[in-house]
Design a binder for this molecule. Sequence first.
Ligand SMILES: CC(C)(COP(=O)(O)OP(=O)(O)OC[C@H]1O[C@@H](n2cnc3c(N)ncnc32)[C@H](O)[C@@H]1OP(=O)(O)O)[C@@H](O)C(=O)NCCC(=O)NCCS
Length: 283
Amino acid sequence: MWTQDLSPDQARQVRDLARQARANDGVDPLNEEAYRSLTDQTARHVIFNNNNVAIGYLNYSVRFATGQFVVHPEHRRRGIGTGLWRQLPSSPPVGLWAFGDLPAAQGFAAARGLRPERGLLKMTRPLAALPQADIPPDLVLRTFTATDADELLALNAAAFTHHPEQGQLDQAGLAARLAEPWFDPAGLILAFDADGMVGFHWTKQVDAHTGEVYVIAVAPRAQGRGYGKVLLAAGMSHLATQGLPTVVLYVDTADQTAVRMYERAGFVTVHRDVRYIPIQEQE
Ligand SMILES: CC(C)(COP(=O)(O)OP(=O)(O)OC[C@H]1O[C@@H](n2cnc3c(N)ncnc32)[C@H](O)[C@@H]1OP(=O)(O)O)[C@@H](O)C(=O)NCCC(=O)NCCS
């Protein structure tokens, strides 16, 4: 049932299924990690077929103990979701992502004894009337070069110890992102003080209208000095100079310091993803 190797045709069928669910639900049922895992063997997969067409799909990341699953809109409420979910191990408990936290996911979670464990917000603001932040005299901002990779990874790991996916970014993961067509070194802004790198703001152009605060991090040794605000403002002004009208970002609800920083910078929440976990495992 489980496989780590999907054939190109299976990967295409999963993408087709996700596209049909997205058209129906208005939300993508899978995230970037899941799409990447269709070809790079970083997750396990179960496909539920009907007449050789994928109508249900379960993605299980052993590394993060998370699952993502989707059932074709025309085949829901027939137990396919439950059948897929039952394939997951009960120990260690697997957190199930519900992107958009749609009514169907809430209903499924209630029926199967799951409760929200973690939330991820999508926030947005226009790239106009941007907040200004004065750059402190001891801080130097410049853009990324390949020789900054090691220092950036070390800072990222130190700043995201509480955030499993982001904190575990390694050489290979960084190299994969630097090779993405959207990568632009001018959009990866680094901050240095006399002792080295203290922070970075990695921006991304998502489409012709939208920029993203892809990752923003300040080294633990320099947190609380307002550098986050400075990096946020510098990245947003870079995105604005690209002619983009809007910026979005994704933030963990557990990261209240960051959520407050974004709210003060004029961001509002427009979307919420929730990770569900079995009730008995959490209590
Ligand atoms: C959530 C999802 C995977 C459920 O798949 P499914 O095959 O329809 O689920 P099941 O038929 O096994 O449903 C099991 C139970 O969940 C509950 N449930 C499922 N869909 C529901 C809905 N739309 N509203 C309320 N309860 C719902 C019901 O109690 C259902 O049992 P019942 O049909 O006997 O009443 C499917 O709706 C989907 O693909 N949604 C988009 C992706 C997503 O949100 N994934 C994350 C899930 S946590």
